[in-house]
Design a protein around this ligand. Structure first.
Ligand code: NI
Ligand code: MN
Length: 228
Protein backbone atom coordinates (compact mmCIF):
# COMPACT_ATOMS: atom_id res chain seq x y z
CA UNK A 1 0.00 0.00 0.00
CA UNK A 2 1.44 3.36 -1.05
CA UNK A 3 -1.21 5.29 0.82
CA UNK A 4 -4.66 5.14 2.35
CA UNK A 5 -6.82 8.25 2.38
CA UNK A 6 -9.92 8.27 4.59
CA UNK A 7 -12.60 10.92 4.22
CA UNK A 8 -13.66 11.84 7.77
CA UNK A 9 -16.36 14.17 6.43
CA UNK A 10 -16.52 17.73 4.97
CA UNK A 11 -12.89 18.57 4.04
CA UNK A 12 -11.25 16.44 6.71
CA UNK A 13 -8.89 13.74 5.48
CA UNK A 14 -6.84 11.13 7.35
CA UNK A 15 -3.92 10.02 5.24
CA UNK A 16 -1.70 7.06 6.08
CA UNK A 17 1.54 6.82 4.15
CA UNK A 18 5.07 5.56 4.83
CA UNK A 19 3.96 4.67 8.37
CA UNK A 20 2.76 8.16 9.30
CA UNK A 21 -0.68 9.51 10.15
CA UNK A 22 -1.27 12.81 8.39
CA UNK A 23 -4.49 14.65 9.20
CA UNK A 24 -5.74 17.35 6.85
CA UNK A 25 -8.11 20.14 7.98
CA UNK A 26 -9.31 18.31 11.14
CA UNK A 27 -12.78 19.79 11.54
CA UNK A 28 -14.38 17.07 13.62
CA UNK A 29 -16.04 18.09 16.91
CA UNK A 30 -18.27 20.74 15.28
CA UNK A 31 -18.74 18.81 12.02
CA UNK A 32 -22.27 17.40 11.70
CA UNK A 33 -21.05 14.68 9.29
CA UNK A 34 -17.76 13.69 10.98
CA UNK A 35 -17.05 10.00 11.40
CA UNK A 36 -14.17 10.17 13.89
CA UNK A 37 -13.55 10.91 17.57
CA UNK A 38 -11.36 14.04 17.84
CA UNK A 39 -10.20 12.87 21.28
CA UNK A 40 -8.84 9.61 19.88
CA UNK A 41 -7.81 10.19 16.27
CA UNK A 42 -4.12 9.58 15.47
CA UNK A 43 -1.89 12.31 14.06
CA UNK A 44 1.84 12.65 13.50
CA UNK A 45 1.32 15.70 11.27
CA UNK A 46 -1.63 18.05 10.73
CA UNK A 47 -1.95 19.95 7.46
CA UNK A 48 -4.12 23.08 7.45
CA UNK A 49 -5.13 24.60 4.11
CA UNK A 50 -6.47 27.91 5.47
CA UNK A 51 -7.70 29.65 8.60
CA UNK A 52 -11.47 29.16 8.34
CA UNK A 53 -13.11 27.32 11.22
CA UNK A 54 -14.32 24.41 9.11
CA UNK A 55 -10.66 23.63 8.27
CA UNK A 56 -8.63 24.74 11.30
CA UNK A 57 -11.25 22.85 13.31
CA UNK A 58 -9.78 20.87 16.21
CA UNK A 59 -6.16 21.45 15.14
CA UNK A 60 -5.06 22.98 18.46
CA UNK A 61 -6.62 20.28 20.65
CA UNK A 62 -5.39 17.38 18.50
CA UNK A 63 -1.88 18.85 18.16
CA UNK A 64 -1.64 19.32 21.94
CA UNK A 65 -2.87 15.80 22.67
CA UNK A 66 -0.75 13.99 20.06
CA UNK A 67 2.29 16.30 19.82
CA UNK A 68 1.70 16.41 16.06
CA UNK A 69 3.52 19.03 14.01
CA UNK A 70 1.26 21.41 12.10
CA UNK A 71 2.17 22.35 8.54
CA UNK A 72 0.49 25.40 7.04
CA UNK A 73 1.37 28.81 5.63
CA UNK A 74 3.65 31.19 7.56
CA UNK A 75 0.81 33.31 8.97
CA UNK A 76 -1.24 30.40 10.33
CA UNK A 77 1.92 28.79 11.75
CA UNK A 78 2.87 32.01 13.59
CA UNK A 79 -0.61 32.16 15.10
CA UNK A 80 -0.46 28.51 16.20
CA UNK A 81 3.10 28.77 17.53
CA UNK A 82 1.96 31.47 19.99
CA UNK A 83 -0.50 28.90 21.33
CA UNK A 84 2.32 26.44 21.98
CA UNK A 85 1.87 24.29 18.88
CA UNK A 86 4.84 22.74 17.07
CA UNK A 87 4.83 24.06 13.50
CA UNK A 88 6.58 23.92 10.16
CA UNK A 89 5.66 26.84 7.95
CA UNK A 90 5.85 26.80 4.17
CA UNK A 91 4.29 28.97 1.51
CA UNK A 92 2.74 28.85 -1.92
CA UNK A 93 4.97 27.14 -4.45
CA UNK A 94 7.39 25.90 -1.80
CA UNK A 95 7.98 22.23 -1.13
CA UNK A 96 9.79 20.38 1.66
CA UNK A 97 10.83 16.75 2.20
CA UNK A 98 8.96 15.65 5.31
CA UNK A 99 9.25 12.05 6.61
CA UNK A 100 5.81 11.29 5.09
CA UNK A 101 6.65 12.70 1.66
CA UNK A 102 7.48 15.82 -0.33
CA UNK A 103 4.80 18.42 0.38
CA UNK A 104 4.24 21.51 -1.73
CA UNK A 105 1.77 24.31 -1.03
CA UNK A 106 -0.34 25.24 -4.04
CA UNK A 107 -2.48 28.22 -4.93
CA UNK A 108 -6.13 28.35 -3.87
CA UNK A 109 -8.68 31.05 -4.71
CA UNK A 110 -10.40 31.69 -1.39
CA UNK A 111 -9.96 33.52 1.97
CA UNK A 112 -8.01 32.53 5.08
CA UNK A 113 -9.01 34.67 8.09
CA UNK A 114 -8.44 32.92 11.42
CA UNK A 115 -11.32 32.44 13.92
CA UNK A 116 -10.32 35.49 16.03
CA UNK A 117 -10.08 37.68 12.92
CA UNK A 118 -6.29 37.45 12.66
CA UNK A 119 -4.76 37.56 9.19
CA UNK A 120 -4.29 34.02 7.96
CA UNK A 121 -2.25 34.74 4.82
CA UNK A 122 -3.16 33.21 1.50
CA UNK A 123 -5.23 30.03 1.41
CA UNK A 124 -3.49 26.96 0.03
CA UNK A 125 -3.90 23.53 -1.40
CA UNK A 126 -1.39 20.71 -0.98
CA UNK A 127 0.46 18.58 -3.48
CA UNK A 128 2.03 15.57 -1.78
CA UNK A 129 4.49 13.26 -3.48
CA UNK A 130 4.59 10.01 -1.53
CA UNK A 131 7.72 7.97 -0.80
CA UNK A 132 6.68 5.69 -3.66
CA UNK A 133 6.13 8.55 -6.12
CA UNK A 134 2.35 8.92 -6.23
CA UNK A 135 1.05 12.49 -6.33
CA UNK A 136 -1.95 13.46 -4.24
CA UNK A 137 -3.46 16.88 -4.91
CA UNK A 138 -5.71 18.24 -2.16
CA UNK A 139 -7.13 21.45 -3.58
CA UNK A 140 -8.41 22.98 -0.34
CA UNK A 141 -11.26 25.47 -0.58
CA UNK A 142 -10.99 27.08 -3.99
CA UNK A 143 -12.72 28.32 -7.05
CA UNK A 144 -11.67 27.09 -10.45
CA UNK A 145 -8.39 28.52 -11.74
CA UNK A 146 -6.53 27.90 -15.00
CA UNK A 147 -3.24 27.08 -13.27
CA UNK A 148 -4.76 23.76 -12.27
CA UNK A 149 -3.40 22.76 -15.65
CA UNK A 150 0.16 23.37 -14.36
CA UNK A 151 -0.57 21.21 -11.32
CA UNK A 152 -1.95 18.54 -13.65
CA UNK A 153 1.30 18.55 -15.63
CA UNK A 154 2.98 16.95 -12.62
CA UNK A 155 0.93 13.79 -13.19
CA UNK A 156 -1.74 13.49 -10.51
CA UNK A 157 -2.56 10.07 -9.08
CA UNK A 158 -5.42 11.31 -6.89
CA UNK A 159 -7.16 14.68 -6.79
CA UNK A 160 -9.34 15.59 -3.81
CA UNK A 161 -11.50 18.56 -4.78
CA UNK A 162 -14.50 20.50 -3.46
CA UNK A 163 -17.81 20.26 -5.32
CA UNK A 164 -20.20 21.92 -2.84
CA UNK A 165 -20.69 25.29 -4.59
CA UNK A 166 -21.48 28.54 -2.74
CA UNK A 167 -18.08 28.72 -0.93
CA UNK A 168 -16.01 26.74 -3.45
CA UNK A 169 -16.22 25.22 -6.91
CA UNK A 170 -19.59 23.67 -7.63
CA UNK A 171 -20.18 20.58 -9.76
CA UNK A 172 -19.79 22.33 -13.15
CA UNK A 173 -16.49 24.00 -12.31
CA UNK A 174 -15.25 20.90 -10.47
CA UNK A 175 -15.79 18.94 -13.68
CA UNK A 176 -13.74 21.57 -15.54
CA UNK A 177 -11.08 21.23 -12.81
CA UNK A 178 -10.84 17.49 -13.47
CA UNK A 179 -10.28 18.25 -17.17
CA UNK A 180 -7.38 20.58 -16.26
CA UNK A 181 -5.86 18.29 -13.62
CA UNK A 182 -6.28 15.01 -15.59
CA UNK A 183 -5.89 12.84 -12.46
CA UNK A 184 -6.17 9.06 -12.46
CA UNK A 185 -8.55 9.15 -9.49
CA UNK A 186 -10.82 11.84 -8.00
CA UNK A 187 -12.56 12.13 -4.65
CA UNK A 188 -15.18 14.88 -4.18
CA UNK A 189 -15.37 16.64 -0.80
CA UNK A 190 -16.77 19.81 0.86
CA UNK A 191 -20.41 19.08 0.01
CA UNK A 192 -23.66 18.28 1.87
CA UNK A 193 -22.21 19.15 5.27
CA UNK A 194 -25.00 21.73 5.47
CA UNK A 195 -27.99 22.39 3.21
CA UNK A 196 -26.22 25.38 1.67
CA UNK A 197 -23.70 23.11 -0.05
CA UNK A 198 -25.95 20.10 -0.70
CA UNK A 199 -24.90 18.19 -3.83
CA UNK A 200 -25.49 14.79 -5.40
CA UNK A 201 -21.96 13.32 -5.65
CA UNK A 202 -23.13 10.32 -7.67
CA UNK A 203 -24.66 12.54 -10.37
CA UNK A 204 -21.40 14.47 -10.48
CA UNK A 205 -19.38 11.24 -10.65
CA UNK A 206 -21.44 10.06 -13.63
CA UNK A 207 -20.67 13.29 -15.51
CA UNK A 208 -16.95 13.04 -14.76
CA UNK A 209 -16.84 9.39 -15.81
CA UNK A 210 -18.64 10.27 -19.07
CA UNK A 211 -16.44 13.23 -19.99
CA UNK A 212 -12.96 12.37 -18.64
CA UNK A 213 -10.66 9.39 -18.07
CA UNK A 214 -10.65 9.92 -14.30
CA UNK A 215 -12.11 7.34 -11.95
CA UNK A 216 -14.36 8.94 -9.34
CA UNK A 217 -14.66 7.52 -5.83
CA UNK A 218 -17.63 8.77 -3.85
CA UNK A 219 -16.78 7.91 -0.26
CA UNK A 220 -19.06 7.73 2.76
CA UNK A 221 -17.72 9.55 5.86
CA UNK A 222 -15.22 7.18 7.44
CA UNK A 223 -14.55 5.32 4.22
CA UNK A 224 -11.01 4.99 2.90
CA UNK A 225 -9.43 4.91 -0.55
CA UNK A 226 -6.43 2.59 -0.72
CA UNK A 227 -3.82 2.91 -3.47
CA UNK A 228 -2.83 0.80 -5.29
NI1 NI B 1 -12.95 28.17 3.70
MN1 MN C 1 -14.56 25.38 3.88
Amino acid sequence: MAFKLTWIGHATLALETNGYHVLVDPYISQNPTASADPAAIAADYILVTHGHGDHLGDTIEIAKRTGAMVIANFEICNWLEKKGIKVHSQHLGGGFHHPFGYLKLTKAMHGSALPDGSYGGNPAGFLLTTHTGEKIYMAGDTGLFGDMQLIGEEGITLAVIPIGDNYTMGPDDALRAVKLLTPEHVIPIHYSTWGLIAQDPHAWAARVQAETDAQVHVLAPGEGFIYP
